[in-house]
Write a new protein. Structure first.
Length: 475
């Protein structure tokens, strides 16, 4: 919690002195986002989320006075004790008093902040008819029922006056009972955060919180992170420290984290590009477009794979999907090869009156020639795992299906060293596995000796392989 004094002018021109100011970084951005109707500020434990929320409420006190009324909820009343402590520290120097009977902070100008515990939907429904200009679900991921959020959202209104910037705030950490509904609503649509999500639901935004953003906590309690290491499983500790929403306990690929998700950028034209496909009709067909880094972009090592586009569809014929793939691939993209599940060479469909046409042949006729993917499952998972561990795989944040699928992939119940083969999450992951197997990760690379190059060239020519063809295939 920030402990610094700050001054600002109220709407009436009076000087207001605060004993708290937001810390630079996500907490400050959280405070400045008062224009966004719904914001989820979450991630790592110790990120300063509660104090940031109280500071956000405080912004409206001197501006709206008796028309500014807030509601902050947690799942149980004992969880509110820390909120009360921080609230007293922040509000009492401004003349506010804590009224225990009503569980409410009251300010001299008529503003109020009410604290409530909401353990289940029935508790939230008791507030129907109430009106507030500011609402916060603190530690929202402790709440398993997303309906609580919807019921409280309906209370965000004020009929006594026109109050601008009425807003709903949520905070939370990964791994709680409400992990999945919070992730689906706020993180999956935009994993990197800081942008308004505009879809069929209410406009909303995700602001990531990291423990290292709380400089004051790190200075005053440098052993905080070390203590977290002993409070849970490696996956859960990882979620708490990194604010990693993709952590799933028992996940098959636990090395996947937010550092593998990057903002889209223009892929250099000279980078090698290819596609990897896992075929399905009732199940999903997943197509991934992948580029190979040459090391010229800072932070992306030479040989790293960058997944920059995806297609995820079902209930479409081979011809229809191939045409989609061709349409999505621009004229400027030179796709060196496309690998597909080897099963596609045995599956046959009826196409334009012809029976028994393989999926691979259909795609080739649509202008998308295929190569058989290497379906060594354990070898492929190992390649994928190594790329994750060595930061040699990155995924554009726009590839939302793949990003959602990786952390959901589970160990096989019958063969633990392999991944479970059922469920929609397997399709994108299989495509990624094929991609990795088509470009095996090379470690400890060194330039070959001239004699090695000559020997390799002679071998290629002896086997009837033109050197130019070989170079093109290995780009």
């Amino acid at each position: 919690m920030g402990r610094a004094s700050a001054k600002r002018k109220s709407q009436k021109g009076q000087e207001v002195r605060y004993l708290w100011t937001p810390q630079e970084g996500p907490q400050l951005l959280y405070i400045l986002a008062d224009w966004c109707p719904v914001v989820f500020y979450g991630g790592a434990r110790g990120g300063g989320k509660t104090s940031g929320s109280l500071g956000d409420f405080l912004q409206g006190v001197d501006e709206h006075g008796a028309n500014w009324h807030g509601l902050l909820v947690r799942k149980t009343y004992p969880e509110l004790q820390e909120v009360i402590r921080q609230g007293k520290e922040m509000f009492e120097p401004l003349g506010a008093e804590w009224v225990q009977f009503h569980r409410q902070f009251r300010f001299p100008n008529g503003s109020t902040l009410t604290l409530r515990s909401i353990e289940r939907l029935d508790d939230a429904e008791k507030l129907q008819g109430a009106q507030f200009t500011w609402i916060c679900m603190d530690e929202a991921t402790n709440q398993p029922d997303p309906s609580v959020f919807r019921v409280l959202l309906a209370c965000l209104r004020w009929t006594a006056a026109d109050v601008p910037n009425k807003r709903f705030r949520l905070t939370g950490n990964p791994g709680g009972a409400g992990h999945h509904w919070v992730k689906k609503l706020f993180i999956d649509p935009n994993p990197l955060g800081f942008q308004v999500i505009e879809d069929d639901d209410i406009p909303r935004m995700y602001i990531p919180a990291r423990v290292d953003d709380n400089k004051i906590l790190m200075e005053r309690d440098p052993e905080y992170k070390d203590r977290l290491e002993h409070l849970g499983s490696p996956e859960l500790v990882k979620a708490w420290l990194e604010g990693d929403w993709n952590v799933v306990l028992g996940a098959y690929l636990p090395d996947f984290s937010p550092r593998h998700i990057i903002a889209p950028f223009t892929i250099p034209e000279h980078w090698t590009r290819f596609r990897a496909v896992d075929w399905g009709y009732v199940d999903y067909t997943c197509v991934l477009w992948v580029a190979v880094s040459d090391g010229t972009i800072e932070g992306i090592d030479r040989g790293a794979l960058v997944v920059y586009r995806e297609l995820h569809v079902n209930d479409h014929t081979a011809e229809e999907v191939a045409e989609m793939v061709a349409d999505l691939t621009t004229d400027e993209e030179e796709i060196v090869y496309t690998v597909m599940d080897p099963a596609a060479y045995g599956m046959r469909q009826k196409v334009r009156g012809r029976k028994g046409v393989t999926i691979a042949k259909v795609w080739a006729e649509c202008g998308v020639p295929l190569k058989r993917a290497d379906n060594d499952r354990l070898g492929g998972w190992n390649q994928l795992r190594q790329r994750l561990r060595k930061d040699s795989l990155y995924i554009f944040s726009t590839c939302t299906q793949l990003i959602k699928a990786i952390p959901l992939l589970q160990h096989s119940k019958h063969k633990p060293e392999d991944a479970q083969e059922d469920g929609w999450a397997t399709d994108p992951c299989d495509s990624l596995r094929y991609a990795c197997m088509s470009r095996p990760l090379v470690t400890d690379y060194k330039e070959p000796e001239a004699t090695d190059v000559l020997a390799a060239t002679n071998w290629l020519r002896a086997h009837g392989i033109e050197l130019t063809d070989f170079e093109k295939a290995m780009k």
